[in-house]
Structures are given as C-alpha cells and as structure tokens.
Design a protein around this ligand. Structure first.
Ligand code: PEP
Length: 248
C-alpha cells in the first residue's frame, strides 16, 4: 500500500505572515486527513510556517536545495539547513527551475542525492513539454529523466516523483485521468526495469498540473496515481483541503 501524498507548491507566493494565515485556515480543514499533507513554502517562510503548523497534520517542505554540504554558493540553502528547521520534503527539478534557472538532469540528480543523504524526502518533478508530447516523444523524455535524475539512488521508496506534464502546469489544462495514469504507469515500469531491487513498486508517484477541487477525484481514483503536487489551488485553503479529502 502506498500512502497518498498531497503537496502544495506555493512557489513565490505568500510572505511569512501571509503563509501563517494560510496554514492557520488550513489546519482545521485537514485535521482528519488520511493522506500525507505537505506545504512547500518559500525558504524565508519556513521558520514562521513551522511554528504555525505545530501540532497539526501538515508537514513542511521546501522548493529547492543545493547539492553541496556547505561552501561558497551565495544565495543557496543546504539540505542540513532545511533539516535543522524541521523541513521533511523538498521539491527538486520543478519545470520552472529547469526553464528559468538552468536546472539540468545532472543538477537534479545531485540535489536528489544530497537531500536523501540528509534524510529529506525529495519530490522530484519530471514531465514532457507540449511540443514533446505532440511529437510522440513523451516516453523518450521520461526515459532520459528517469535514467539521469535517479542514478545512484539506493532506495526509490524514499523519494516521491511528481509527474508534471509541463503543458498542464498553471495553464488550467489538466491531463485526462487516463493520460496521467498511463504516464505514471510507464514511469513506474521504467524505474522497475532500470533500477531492479530498488523498491520502485513502493515509490509514490504524484500527478501535477492544474489539479483542483473538481478534477482531483477522477485523477486520484486512477490506480497508479499516488497523490498530487498542487500549485495554484494550494494557495486557497478550502480548495487545497478539498483535494486533501479527494476520497470524500
Ligand atoms: C506546479 O507548479 O507544480 C503545479 C502543478 O502548478 P498548478 O497546479 O498551478 O498547475
């Protein structure tokens, strides 16, 4: 059994005080959650949000991590720095970081290994662009990302993959339930083949891309989909809580 995980990606939204207000509103709404509930917040919000979620079901996540333990990397944050603040999850390789900040499969792999090494759970984002999907290249892109991003990972069940077709992120265009399920089934099959004996069967794979209070039920009913990475809808407590309660 893979426990579903619903994670919010606030991106560059919410000052610390706004973030505190959001989680204060969210806490009572998710107190009976059966799945794992995570908020991935801007780094500077971490201390305040950590305090605000105390005693609740909400777990804390970050949106990026550097791969070095320490050193001359101005502006970066290490896995141990996150860990010391009670951060448990970290998004790695989001398509926005790949598109705007030069993230490559190689750096995604290094960050993933560093996060695992520090005891954090990486939420590693993979997925194809619209052009790649329309050219029939989805599986080829996933193959490349799977081979590069997870190289050297000893136990795949210690990370979460977010399958995020880039064309569905922030666009309001969701993959159909079947498209999402099919891609996620492929990712798992490929991981099993490429990394035998590394627990690919127990690894959780989320869908991400315009998941909302309405479409979450259909997506989450698919057998291969173990959760969601939620952008826009995670900024509204009632909408995010509705996704957390996808099974109601
Ligand atoms: C995301 O940024 O990971 C995401 C899925 O965003 P949205 O839900 O807004 O499409």
């Amino acid at each position: 059994m893979r426990k579903p995980i619903i994670a919010g990606n606030w991106k560059m939204n919410n000052t610390a005080s706004e973030g505190v207000e959001l989680v204060k509103a969210l806490k009572p709404l998710v107190k009976d959650a059966k799945c794992e509930v995570v908020v991935c917040v801007p780094a500077i919000d971490i201390p305040a949000v950590k305090k605000a979620i105390h005693g609740s079901k909400i777990r804390l996540g970050a949106q990026n991590v550097h791969f070095a333990e320490k050193g001359a990397y101005t502006g970066e944050i290490s896995a141990n720095m996150l860990k010391e603040y009670g951060v448990q999850y970290v998004i790695i390789g989001h398509s926005e970081r790949r598109a705007y900040f030069g993230e490559t499969d190689e750096t995604v792999n290094k960050r993933t290994l560093a996060a695992l090494n520090a005891g954090l759970t990486p939420i590693v984002c993979i997925g194809e662009s619209l052009e790649e999907r329309e050219s029939g290249l989805t599986q080829k892109v996933l193959d490349r990302q799977i081979a590069a991003d997870f190289a050297g990972v000893e136990d795949l069940s210690k990370l979460v993959i977010a399958y995020e077709p880039i064309w569905a992120i922030g666009t309001g265009k969701t993959a159909t339930d079947e498209q999402a399920n099919e891609a996620i089934a492929y990712i798992r099959k490929r991981c099993k083949k490429l990394y035998p004996g590394k627990n690919a069967g127990r690894m959780r794979i989320q869908y991400g891309g315009s998941m909302n209070a309405k479409n979450c039920k259909g997506l989450m009913a698919q057998p291969e989909i173990d959760g969601g990475l939620i952008g826009g809808a995670s900024l509204k407590p009632a909408d995010f809580a509705a996704i957390v309660h996808f099974d109601k």
